[in-house]
Design a protein around this ligand. Structure first.
Ligand code: ADP
Length: 384
């Protein structure tokens, strides 16, 4: 029987939390969220605890009223989670995993230690160490990443090694960083992995991402990825290996780079539903959100096959529009077959803020690309 009397506690109340709750509504599951303001998940959660995600007291308060705890954002109070887990609370994924993922340096060391393919890297504590470390890396470009606190491309700078070696003031970060070899012309792939308490594991079909090069944000993604089926299988195997080696329980997005010689490098892992899995709501038999609900409730994993080829466009805040806004063109977009609009209920916009997304189902990738072009033509934003 479905445990409809259970309460799931979510640390964070953003769009990922909102979609997790939406996926659990047909099963009458109760949700409690911890979030400091009125956020996307506020209106549909059953209980809203107002507070900071780093406030241990508030996390304990949420834990008290929840049968199981999860989180939809990485930057939360890890010691509070450790304390709760030690006291017997079920937290999915485990805080031990979150602790590794919160620090890009520890994450890279984990990959290296477990022979997971990843780009070569060096750790630098402060700018005085940069020159020596940069010289150890191959290639002319390097991805410099803050070890802690970055998200959505913030905290990542793609730099030319020589520029930094020539001019000390070109160093973009003073805090501890990971310096890693740059994968030229990388195809960016993501595989979402689901693993439950029984150790059952499965993946969602590989997704290919197209990034906005300026903002480092996903602009458009599609699934199945347009790659050879052997590479797709390899990507899925590597992704599962990561989660197996972490002994992870939950939903994990494994982001990877594919280079021109078909080498795969794991970039990073998100221990939660991910932007690269939004399309699974309509495109797969079981969405990433339903899958997480199943895992949180101790239910069997659902089938993750694609029902149809699909794409997803992030609906991002337009340049020059701040605060109150209106998204325009949605009426025309709704005339297109196989298009699903998701709005995150955010009252204020700013440039590149994630305001919603659109999923597109089609017969094949050509059909989908035509629809994407049509959507882009109509999509607009107005300042109110
Ligand atoms: P975030 O955690 O903020 O999403 P990422 O590590 O995913 O940061 O980096 C953001 C983007 O920067 C990637 O999606 C990719 O486009 C680019 N990037 C990061 N590292 C590399 C690398 N080693 N080689 C090539 N591109 C990279």
């Amino acid at each position: 029987m479905l445990p409809s009397n259970k309460t799931i506690g979510i640390i964070g109340g953003g769009q990922l939390g909102k979609m997790l709750i939406e996926a659990g509504k047909p099963w009458n599951i109760k949700y409690a969220i911890l979030e400091n303001e009125n956020a996307p998940a506020s209106a549909i959660s059953d209980i809203h605890i107002h507070g900071e995600l780093n406030d241990a007291t508030k996390i304990f308060e949420l834990a008290k009223i929840s049968d199981v705890l999860t989180y939809e954002i990485e930057h939360i109070n890890i010691s509070a989670l450790h304390e709760l887990e030690a006291a017997g609370k079920t937290i999915i994924p485990s805080p031990k995993i979150l602790e590794i993922i919160q620090d890009k340096g520890l994450q890279k060391l984990f990959f290296k230690h477990h022979n997971i393919p990843t780009t070569d890297f060096e750790l630098a504590e402060n700018p005085t160490e940069w020159a020596e470390k940069l010289l150890k890396l191959k290639g002319s470009k390097v991805a410099a990443k803050l070890r802690k606190g970055g998200y959505d491309g913030k905290g990542v700078e793609l730099i030319t090694k020589q520029n930094v070696l020539d001019a000390y003031n070109q160093i973009p970060f003073s805090e501890p960083v990971v310096l890693e070899e740059f994968v030229e012309n990388a195809v960016e792939l993501a595989v979402i992995v689901a693993r439950n308490e029984k150790g059952e594991i499965c993946t969602f079909p590989t997704v290919e991402m197209e990034f906005d090069p300026k903002a480092n944000l996903v602009e458009f993604l599609f699934s199945p990825a347009e790659i050879d089926s052997k590479i797709e299988e390899k990507a899925r195997q590597i992704a599962m290996e990561c989660i197996f080696k972490m002994q992870g329980i939950g939903i994990f997005a494994v982001e990877m780079f594919l280079d021109k010689d078909n080498n795969i490098f794991v970039n990073e892992i998100a221990p939660r539903p991910h932007n690269s899995g939004h399309h699974t709501i309509e495109a797969c038999y079981t969405s990433q959100y339903e899958q997480l609900n199943r895992i949180l409730l101790g239910m069997p994993l659902g089938n993750t096959d694609l029902i149809k080829p699909s794409a997803m466009i992030n609906l991002l805040g337009f340049e020059g529009i701040n605060g109150a806004y209106e998204i325009t063109g949605l009426e025309q977009i709704l005339n297109i077959k196989g298009v699903y609009i998701h709005l995150y209920n955010k009252t204020e916009t700013k440039f590149k803020r994630k305001m919603g997304h659109i999923t597109i189902l089609g017969e094949n990738m050509d059909d989908i690309r035509l629809k994407v072009t049509e959507i882009r033509k109509h999509l607009g934003m107005k300042q109110l």
